[in-house]
Design a protein around this ligand. Structure first.
Ligand SMILES: O=C(O)CCC(=O)C(=O)O
Ligand SMILES: [Fe+2]
Length: 225
């Protein structure tokens, strides 16, 4: 690159800017409020997270087959594995709206989901007891997440999944790979359902065990919703 570009990079992103630049080139926004960053974590970091999450949340063999773990408490300490994910999600430009970033604690709850081949999660809108801005990290195998616009009022959104026709020609398919980060805010969070179908074009959606970590903020005013 020529020196003009060098100066521009420096002015915009500082000396240590290569990673940020890569992130900015690798951002997708398929629907309003859905932002996806690719390859935020390296293969090595993903392997470490996968193994840590397995030990921490899915190692209890007395549980017939746990497929979900939960964390409560501020996710702000970058020296802890989940806090580090919280910190990453607040430093990626444009991942989250300013209103979410302005919260004194951006995230204080995490749900860890495990999917084995052939499994999935039905179309849903995340519970309203969680505030705006839900961030998801993917580890292990890839998955296709599908999103469908809610065509009723918002109160119906929570029960919408049950009423969905099995085919929606306007649905948006989002490929999620280990190391990717997505955020759903605003319209994507409240006016679209998301789900991981068990099958995609007749084949198992999940081919290799996938573990996702979603970060949320409990909304104390809506704790019963
Ligand atoms: O596995 C994912 O990325 C999505 C999980 C999810 O939608 C949820 O836990 O509410
Ligand atoms: Fe969800």
């Amino acid at each position: 690159m020529d020196s003009g570009s060098d100066r521009l990079y420096h002015d915009l992103f500082g000396e240590d800017s290569d990673d940020d630049l890569e992130f900015l080139n690798d951002i997708e926004e398929p629907i309003p409020g859905l932002v996806i960053y690719r390859n935020v974590l390296s293969a090595g970091q993903c392997a470490q997270y996968y193994s840590w999450l397995t030990t921490e949340y899915f190692a209890d063999t007395t549980d017939r087959r746990a497929n979900q773990g939960m964390h409560f408490g501020a996710l702000t300490d970058p020296d802890t594995p989940l806090g580090r994910l919280g910190q990453i999600s607040t430093t990626l430009q444009r991942l989250l709206p300013a209103s979410v970033l302005a919260r004194p604690v951006v995230f204080d709850q995490a749900i860890i989901n495990l999917y084995d081949p052939g499994e999935g999660i039905g179309d849903h809108v995340d519970l309203l007891r969680f505030g705006d801005g839900v961030v998801g990290f993917s580890f292990g195998g890839s998955a296709t997440m599908r999103m469908r616009q809610v065509r009723g009022d918002m109160q119906r959104a929570a029960t919408y999944a049950r009423e969905l026709e099995s085919v929606d020609p306007d649905e948006v398919a989002v490929a999620l790979h280990a190391g990717d980060v997505y955020a759903m805010s605003g319209e994507a969070r409240y006016r679209w359902t998301h789900g991981i179908p068990k099958t995609v074009r007749g084949e198992a959606n999940i081919q290799d065990r996938r573990i996702s970590v979603t970060l949320r903020k409990l909304d104390p005013d809506r704790i019963n919703h």
